[in-house]
Structure formats: structure tokens, C-alpha cells
Design a protein around this ligand. Structure first.
Ligand SMILES: [Zn+2]
Ligand SMILES: [Zn+2]
Length: 81
């Protein structure tokens, strides 16, 4: 069975001042205007590019992600948590 990982679809504009970093914590590149960023729910690495976060989570948190997928397996689709 294919599992996809849903991210909330709303965007929240933040300035680099708000997030207290000018760099992506994963690839260490300087954040550019209108880069998509997110944080990791499994550790407190900080703000990363959306793409970097995908890699980060799949590489560093494989176990947690699989656990999550297992947890959601037998639940009806409309049940959010
Ligand atoms: Zn990055
Ligand atoms: Zn993490």
C-alpha cells in the first residue's frame, strides 16, 4: 500500500527575523525570498527548506515515520488527529 505524507496546505509568511536564522539548518544555504520552509516534527533542528525537510525526515526519522504510518493504517480517512 502506498502511503503519502500530508503537510498542512496553508502558507504562513515569516521574516528571517521571526525564525531567527538566515540559513537552512539542513543544507546550510542562505534562505531566499519566498523559499518554502518548514520544521521537523521529530527533532528541533530548526527551519529548513521544504525539500531539505523531506530528505531530512526520510533519512533521519525513518523509524518515526514508519511508526506513524502504522498508527494510521487501520483508521478511517476522515479521522484526523
Ligand atoms: Zn536547505
Ligand atoms: Zn528531524
Amino acid at each position: 500500500m502506498v502511503s503519502v505524507l500530508w503537510r498542512d496546505s496553508w502558507l504562513k509568511p515569516l521574516s528571517v527575523h521571526d525564525i531567527e536564522t538566515k540559513l537552512c539548518k539542513s543544507c546550510k544555504k542562505i534562505l531566499k525570498d519566498k523559499d518554502f520552509v518548514t520544521s521537523c516534527e521529530f527533532c528541533d533542528i530548526g527551519v529548513m527548506h521544504d525539500n531539505c525537510a523531506n530528505d531530512h525526515i526520510l533519512k533521519k526519522h525513518k523509524v518515526e515515520v514508519n511508526k506513524k504510518i502504522e498508527l494510521h493504517k487501520d483508521k478511517p480517512l476522515h479521522e484526523f488527529q
